[in-house]
Design a protein. Sequence first.
Lengths: 474, 271
Amino acid sequence: MNNVIVMGVSYKTAPVEVRERLAVSQRSLADALEGLRGLPGSDEVAFLSTCNRVEVVARPGGAGERSSDPFIAEVRGFLSRHHGIAREVLDPVLYVHAGRDAVRHLFRVASSLDSMILGEPQVLGQFKGAFEAAMEAGTTGPVLNRLFQKAIQVAKRVRTETRIAENAVSVSYAAVELAKQIFDDLGQKEVLLIGAGEMGELAARHLVAAGAKRLLVASRTIERAAGLADELGGRAISFEEFPAALRESDIAISCTDAPRTIIHAETVQRIMRERRGRPIFFIDIAVPRDIDADVGDLENVYLYNIDDLQAVVDQNLDNRRVEAERAEAIVAQEADAFLDRSRGLSAVPTITALSEKAEAVRREELSKTFSRLNGIDEKGRQAIDALTQAIVRKILHPAIVAIKAEAGVSEGEAFIAAARRLFNLDESFPPHHHKAGKERESGSPPLEKGGSGGDTPGEGSPAGPQSSAPGGAG
Amino acid sequence: MDLHLFYVTLAGYALAMGLVLGAVLVPGERIGRAAFYAALAGFAVHTLAIVARYVQAGTLPATNLFEVTLFFTWALVLVYLIVEGRMRTRVLGAFVIPFVFIALASASHLPKEAAGLSPALRSVWFRFHALFILGGHAAFVLAGLVSLLYLFHERALKAKRMTGWTRRLPPLETLDQLSFRIVAVGFPLVTVGIVSGSILATHAWGLLWFWDPKQVLGFGTWLLYGLIMSGRIVLGWRGHRASLLGVTGLGLILAAFIGVALLYKGLHSFA
């Protein structure tokens, strides 16, 4: 794991002009992966491309414990060639993380700690997509598989154990969130959109998506209202009808270009009597404002204007920043634990586990046989014992030699992981491994996604689809 | 003596209190669920404690302030557990459980020996009276706490303050309906309690009304909740106004319970 590198650009280092050049569409992703794998010294690679970042995750291969610098230079060259960006432009904005930093960086990216909008949920989906695409292209191996799976697990943990992804961080969505704080069930609530400004439309759209029962659209130009109502699945009414419609509406979004306020406290007071005090939520997104500020002082009336909504968003972002500190602690702890575990993938413990396992099997089978063979004397027992020892030793000998030899090589980890899997040393498959081998399609799903059962099943399985993928070159 | 059960109950609620306060502060469902089960366990022992007292004394354990507190908090936790099981809002527990714990912990300083009932009160009406009055008022107290949550949440929303614990409260409308429903259950209970108390009084003393402070306050509370109920049903009161009245009722009940018990020695001095 120590030779994993992450290199790329993000919104923090590179302007959009550079990012858009490096970005790779879903369709041409396979090309890019293929190109990266073709680089000298390349072994496992994955490519993450979102609107805020483009990153290459790789584990350089090759024999010997050489530094990954030559490979990094290769990737620089490839990115410059493949995307037509001059090295003078690319090099200053390209960051490179290696070893522990690379692991931590990936965990942070998946957990949305490195996102432009802290805690936004999309990045995890994109992260998973990048992983799946690379798996499909057959460019990942046991090391990257383990790394990506763990990163996804960490991201999920961050999301359930901190409040980093809670609460709206856009003005229009903040309106929905406030509505949910006021009303019991949005499915029973009617929304009135007054005026056809873009922000109002967006808020109405969110409310409809959140399940609002009915939407009315009132606009000075009836065509605009009709068009919008059509699009959002609502009903258009004439602008003059809106005061009457307020009687039945629970959420009113106002977004007109009127120069003066159009909804006054006295009107609302009268409407509230007619509504028998049923609460009403006014969202005034217009500038200049559409609704008298005193409307918000009325009983059971809630009024938020554009600045109020922005203030809510700012507070939510502050909350997320506080939560991010806790998330960083989780990421750091997980990264350390992950690296510690990876170090366990070294030769000595694997050889010990292999020998112990073989010895256990041998003893078990011996005692079964001896209990069945009654007439056997001590000499016969010793002979059989020696015979089985010799068989086991001879079968294991080349495997042990190979593991020792691979330990110093950079693919060693991958090799040892494969060995552990071949001999079922991590107990991640059913104990009857000869059977499980035949039924592997059903016995071990390609991507174990349930994260609750500990690390082993999640980390043992990814090698499965990889090794059996058609055309997956070694 | 069944005091062991009392202290185990107290310990159970202490644990539930710690957990429920933790559940409000720390994200995730696990602590909240643990708090619920701790409260449930406390409640089970609580029930045992009451049954044991009943068996031992042979009368309903509502003869002194200690017993009444034990009984009253039991009814409160019962209503709370029903609401919590349906609503899954930990914040309500963060008010109710500490309330129950403090009430019980202060009651542990009171004389605990069951007082002998005067023969005049040994009647089935006494049991009716005590059960329904206490059960109904437990409902009022819980409804009052819910109304209090409503007012906190409303104030945060009006002040456009989105930080802190209020944002994890259920929606305003949910709190409002909940408080209404709990009062709607409590009101008939208290009504039956008052009627049976009147029958008890006429049987025992041949007198219906004797300006006992608790009687006056209790009747006043009943009128207030009658007002809340009719205001809600007939006039469509809701939200702010109804919650304000609900919290007033809570204050009145607590004043009656604590104030009279401390200051006045009369027929109801215990309850």
